[in-house]
Design a protein around this ligand. Structure first.
Ligand code: KG4
Ligand code: ZN
Length: 354
């Protein structure tokens, strides 16, 4: 089965052709980062307009690189939720038009399910098939828009359960906001990651509180640490040189510690021995190193997809869609964008005692 996947939920216009077995035949990602950088974050209207300009060429290129035409496809998958409504609409209308014109089945995919299954994609740098996780696994999904821990018993929506999520900002959002405060540009994650490598977290520890110290909870909160960095900068000015590196190291260390501790706790509470990383923040070197050490200490297997499978891409959408098609599922041309995920959420947004 060869399935085209289209992704336009946020600031990447992406399309890919993937088989039911996860072989990535093509994967085209066109980032809008430069367009949003002057604003320090994604501007929804700008995103939607740029998707509209880019989506057809991106889809054409994905088909061409895979050496197929629309007639060769077994289906068209598209991110239908969660995301920016206007941005999602562009991908949906494109997928519907193509599916209708070529007489192919259409399936909508929840973007978060795509991320959670991306570990199965087979591309350069991906683990060998026998090194890929078996179900069930515990997955940490940390991106610019979402941060949550899931128990994944299978690819279907009903087999995926949220164990805990952020009450406020996503981890990637915290990286981006702190980078903006420090004048480091957008997106901030990669820059903070680079500076943190030369920093000493202990030297800036007083500027950064521990993140959500309550041990037994599987929920995250990243807005407090962002405010602490903001207060620090307001009082002392933007640090430079070594002091900047130290602050990045302290901030990243606190965020990573929370992500690692809670993911390991979730795996132990569920009695599951496999841990999977997903989402753009999974590119963070501090997170990869600390998670690897923590999993090794407790005898947990850690599965980290290559970078191209962690950040937003069309291949994960095509693959998740192929599994839906293989299960006999399909959607009609009524399929509408939804801003929220279809996965049930257990974590309430906002502060207060739980
Ligand atoms: O998954 P993704 O590409 O898009 C969303 O669905 O949000 O994730 C993008 C997010 C951004 O917030 C970016 O700053 C963060 O991932 N990110 C990182 C790193 N690379 C990307 N955060 C920390 N360290 C990194 N190396
Ligand atoms: Zn994403």
């Amino acid at each position: 089965m060869r399935v085209l996947g289209i992704e336009t939920s946020c600031d990447e216009t992406a399309a890919a052709v993937v088989t039911e077995g996860g072989d990535v035949l093509s994967d085209v990602v066109r980032s809008q980062v430069a367009l949003h950088a002057p604003y320090g974050g994604v501007v929804p209207e700008v995103a939607a307009r740029d998707h509209a300009r880019a989506v057809v060429p991106v889809v054409r290129e994905a088909l061409a690189r895979a050496g197929v035409t629309a007639a060769d496809l077994d289906g068209v998958a598209v991110t239908s939720r969660p995301g920016l409504a206007g941005a999602l609409l562009v991908g949906l209308q494109t997928a519907k038009g193509l599916a209708w014109a070529a007489g192919k089945p259409l399936v909508g995919v929840d973007h978060l399910v795509g991320h959670l299954l991306a570990v199965f994609l087979q591309r350069d740098g991906a683990p060998e098939p026998d090194e890929r996780p078996a179900f069930p696994y515990v997955a940490l999904l940390a991106s610019g828009g979402h941060t949550a821990i899931y128990r994944v018993d299978g690819p279907a929506l009903g087999a995926i359960r949220e164990l805990g999520a952020t009450r406020d900002d996503a981890a990637g959002e915290a990286f981006d906001k702190v980078a903006k405060l420090l004048g480091l540009g957008y997106p901030g994650g990669p820059v903070v990651d680079r500076l943190a490598a030369d920093g000493d977290a202990a030297a800036a520890a007083e500027a950064v509180p521990a993140v959500m110290a309550r041990k037994e909870s599987l929920e995250f909160s990243f807005s407090g640490i962002k405010s602490a960095v903001a207060r620090h900068v307001a009082k002392r000015g933007r640090p430079e040189g070594q002091a900047l590196n130290d602050l990045c190291a302290a901030f990243q260390g606190a965020v990573v510690d929370a992500l690692v501790q809670k993911t390991v706790r979730a795996a132990r509470a569920e009695g599951i021995e496999r841990v999977v990383l997903a989402g753009g923040v999974a590119a963070n070197r501090g997170l990869r190193a600390k998670m690897a050490a923590a999993c090794a200490r407790r005898g947990l297997g850690l599965f980290v997809p290559p970078f191209a499978s962690c950040t937003d891409n069309g291949a994960m959408i095509a693959y998740a869609g192929a599994l839906r098609l293989a299960a006999g599922e399909r959607d009609t041309l009524d399929l509408a964008p939804e801003t929220r995920t279809a996965l049930p959420r257990v974590t309430r947004k906002g502060g207060g005692v739980r």
